[in-house]
Write a protein that binds this ligand. Structure first.
Ligand code: SF4
Ligand code: F3S
Length: 119
């Protein structure tokens, strides 16, 4: 079992979750975080910390967001580890709760991605 970061983290990325994880298993992309499923110890500490309520146990992922389970696994292999809280994007609060944010997810690191934003 693992915990999973889901859609509402996109463009919010508050990073409060990172601060409490005892095994540092969060990985950071340009506008989203993921949890490495092989490293997560299922402690559940991060779930209540997320101001966007974006973290769920694998078996409680909201309907329609099941693909985020695979996405966390895939992107955790690709993105760098993040171990400390950092300031959220300035407009993070405006994006909290916005529906259908999946299309804004940027999978590539910023350096490879200059012409891919906001498609
Ligand atoms: Fe880290 Fe625990 Fe959250 Fe897993 S459930 S990501 S180990 S804080
Ligand atoms: Fe994302 Fe919530 Fe963490 S918005 S970065 S999962 S605190």
């Amino acid at each position: 079992m693992t915990f999973v970061v889901t859609e509402n983290c996109i463009k919010c990325k508050f990073t409060d979750c990172v601060e409490v994880c005892p095994v540092d298993c969060f990985y950071e992309g340009p506008n989203f975080l993921v949890i490495h499923p092989d490293e997560c110890i299922d402690c559940a500490l991060c779930e209540p910390e997320c101001p966007a309520n974006a973290i769920f146990s694998e078996d409680e992922v909201p309907e329609g967001q099941e693909d985020f389970i695979e996405l966390n696994e895939k992107l955790a292999e690709k993105w760098p580890n993040i171990t400390e809280i950092k300031p959220a994007p300035e407009d993070a609060d405006n994006w909290n709760g916005v529906e259908n944010k999946r299309k804004y997810l940027i999978e590539t690191p910023e350096s490879e991605n200059q012409d891919q934003q906001e498609k």
